[in-house]
Design a binder for this molecule. Structure first.
Ligand code: 13P
Ligand code: SF4
Length: 323
């Protein structure tokens, strides 16, 4: 099947992009790989049709930043965190901020729908990813405003801690006083990592390093040696290529790191942390899509309504300019 995919890809001059969390066989045949920021940048420059293996907001961002190309996805699986920041809820939260006379800049994690990005842009805000959240939040705080951060309360709180700022979830006690006010969303995969997982590994291997994604809960991040985006975790593992490391992020990526960079890697959990949305894309679904494109019946072509795309693009471009 891999050979058939390669032939179809070549025949139609298709670029395949894949996020680090995709299944290993897909990741290994992709032309462009990386974390969400790297993929948004890399796919913005291409001229040929794109097949994006990842979650829906990634394909959408690629289409918004590069509207002249055809962007397809083998599966339109959405990130569950992106779905939490549903349009009506985001607008209600912003209304609450305004009723409390809070002067704020909204920042949405790129893990959000195009509609949410557009709403944020209309309020003068922008996007960030897990690799540039500190830089973007720092920039916004320099405008002497509070931040409304969405959808991920954990990334918002962990970034606030790094910058010595306060964070609270909207609606919780004294939320109005915080520097960074967070929407109440989270990642159901990273939410699984617990302090006792770190305690278990530290007890078993006292020298072990703990690296995880900043979507993990603050009490877990506090105990780790390193927290960073998927690309930053990759760099950390390369820099500690002979040490034992327990990693708190999606299993496909951790297993790839173990196979390719450092055999002394462990998944920081007793259960397999799999992102159901990323794992919807399989080698079969990739092949089926390429075959359909070959037969002129391509499907899952990403289209974003013009007025949403226009505003969502502003939110993405403001981030690109700063990072
Ligand atoms: P990265 O920005 O590190 O690629 O993370 C995306 C993501 O969905 C993490 O759960
Ligand atoms: Fe979304 Fe979490 Fe999956 Fe990342 S791991 S795509 S944040 S559900």
């Amino acid at each position: 099947m891999v050979e058939k995919i390669k032939k179809l890809k070549e025949k139609h001059n298709i670029t395949i992009a894949a996020h680090f969390y995709e299944k290993k066989e897909i990741f290994e045949l992709a032309d462009l790989t990386g974390d969400s920021l790297a993929l948004a940048k890399k796919t913005a420059d291409i001229k040929n049709p794109l097949v994006f293996c990842g979650v829906k907001f990634m394909g959408e961002s690629a289409k918004i930043l590069n509207p002249d190309i055809d962007v397809y996805m083998p599966k339109l699986a959405d990130c569950s965190m992106a779905r939490m920041a549903e349009e009506g809820l985001v607008e209600n939260n912003m209304k609450m901020l305004k009723e409390n006379e809070i002067d704020f800049i909204p920042i949405t994690y790129i893990n959000s729908t195009a509609k949410t990005k557009a709403i944020v842009a209309r309020e003068g805000g922008l996007t960030c990813t897990s690799s540039n959240s500190q830089k973007i939040i720092k920039w916004a705080l320099s405008k002497n405003k509070k931040i409304f951060f969405l959808p991920d309360k954990n990334l918002g709180t962990n970034t606030a801690k790094k910058l010595n700022k306060t964070a609270k979830i909207i609606g919780e006690k004294n939320w109005q006083e915080a520097d960074i006010i967070c929407f109440n969303g989270h990642c159901s995969v990273h939410q699984l990592f617990m302090p006792e997982h770190i305690e278990f590994f530290k007890e078993k291997y006292p020298d072990i390093k703990i690296a995880l994604h900043p979507e993990c809960q603050p009490e877990v991040v506090k105990m780790a040696d390193f927290a960073g985006s998927t690309s930053q975790i990759l760099e950390y593992v390369k820099a500690h290529s002979t040490e034992k490391i327990a990693i708190g992020t999606e299993a496909n990526f951790v297993n790839w790191l173990k196979k390719n960079i450092n055999p002394n890697i462990y998944i920081l959990s007793s259960t397999k942390p799999e992102c159901p949305s990323m794992n919807e894309t399989t080698i079969e679904s990739l092949y089926n899509l390429l075959k359909a494109i070959d037969e002129d019946r391509g499907y899952n072509k990403i289209e974003v309504e013009e007025n949403i795309a226009k505003d969502a693009k502003k939110a993405l471009q403001r981030m690109m300019e700063l990072s």
